[in-house]
Design a protein. Structure first.
Length: 77
Protein backbone atom coordinates (compact mmCIF):
# COMPACT_ATOMS: atom_id res chain seq x y z
CA UNK A 1 0.00 0.00 0.00
CA UNK A 2 1.35 3.41 -0.88
CA UNK A 3 1.70 6.07 1.77
CA UNK A 4 -1.31 7.92 0.32
CA UNK A 5 -3.50 4.90 1.03
CA UNK A 6 -2.44 4.30 4.61
CA UNK A 7 -4.51 7.03 6.27
CA UNK A 8 -7.77 6.21 4.45
CA UNK A 9 -7.27 2.52 5.25
CA UNK A 10 -6.72 3.32 8.92
CA UNK A 11 -9.85 5.47 8.98
CA UNK A 12 -11.84 2.70 7.34
CA UNK A 13 -10.52 0.17 9.86
CA UNK A 14 -11.59 2.45 12.71
CA UNK A 15 -15.11 2.65 11.30
CA UNK A 16 -15.31 -1.11 10.78
CA UNK A 17 -14.16 -1.76 14.36
CA UNK A 18 -17.39 -0.07 15.47
CA UNK A 19 -19.32 -3.02 14.07
CA UNK A 20 -17.56 -5.40 16.47
CA UNK A 21 -16.89 -7.94 13.71
CA UNK A 22 -14.56 -10.88 14.29
CA UNK A 23 -11.69 -11.59 11.94
CA UNK A 24 -11.67 -12.32 9.05
CA UNK A 25 -14.94 -10.37 8.74
CA UNK A 26 -13.16 -7.12 9.68
CA UNK A 27 -10.70 -7.53 6.84
CA UNK A 28 -13.48 -8.34 4.38
CA UNK A 29 -15.49 -5.31 5.55
CA UNK A 30 -12.52 -2.95 5.10
CA UNK A 31 -12.01 -4.31 1.61
CA UNK A 32 -15.70 -3.95 0.79
CA UNK A 33 -15.75 -0.37 2.07
CA UNK A 34 -12.84 0.61 -0.15
CA UNK A 35 -14.01 -1.01 -3.36
CA UNK A 36 -16.42 1.55 -4.77
CA UNK A 37 -15.33 5.09 -4.08
CA UNK A 38 -11.67 5.29 -5.12
CA UNK A 39 -12.29 3.56 -8.44
CA UNK A 40 -15.27 5.67 -9.42
CA UNK A 41 -14.12 9.16 -8.45
CA UNK A 42 -12.01 9.72 -11.59
CA UNK A 43 -14.92 8.56 -13.72
CA UNK A 44 -17.31 10.87 -11.90
CA UNK A 45 -14.91 13.80 -12.39
CA UNK A 46 -14.82 13.05 -16.12
CA UNK A 47 -18.62 13.20 -16.32
CA UNK A 48 -19.09 9.51 -17.04
CA UNK A 49 -22.25 9.34 -14.93
CA UNK A 50 -23.84 12.55 -16.19
CA UNK A 51 -26.39 10.52 -18.15
CA UNK A 52 -28.43 9.94 -14.99
CA UNK A 53 -30.46 12.35 -12.88
CA UNK A 54 -29.08 10.77 -9.71
CA UNK A 55 -26.21 12.75 -8.21
CA UNK A 56 -23.01 10.85 -7.44
CA UNK A 57 -23.24 11.94 -3.78
CA UNK A 58 -26.75 10.50 -3.56
CA UNK A 59 -25.51 7.22 -4.98
CA UNK A 60 -22.59 7.14 -2.53
CA UNK A 61 -24.98 7.74 0.37
CA UNK A 62 -27.25 4.93 -0.84
CA UNK A 63 -24.27 2.58 -1.14
CA UNK A 64 -22.99 3.52 2.33
CA UNK A 65 -26.43 2.88 3.83
CA UNK A 66 -26.64 -0.56 2.19
CA UNK A 67 -23.10 -1.40 3.33
CA UNK A 68 -24.02 -0.37 6.87
CA UNK A 69 -27.10 -2.60 6.77
CA UNK A 70 -25.08 -5.52 5.44
CA UNK A 71 -22.52 -5.22 8.24
CA UNK A 72 -25.14 -4.81 10.95
CA UNK A 73 -27.17 -7.82 9.82
CA UNK A 74 -24.41 -10.15 8.66
CA UNK A 75 -24.84 -13.82 9.25
CA UNK A 76 -22.72 -15.27 12.02
CA UNK A 77 -22.54 -18.67 10.36
Amino acid sequence: MTSTGVRPAQMTQAIVRGYDLPEPDQTHAVDMAGQRHPRLRPLEAAGTFDHTDIAAQQSRAWTSDRRDTALRTRSTS
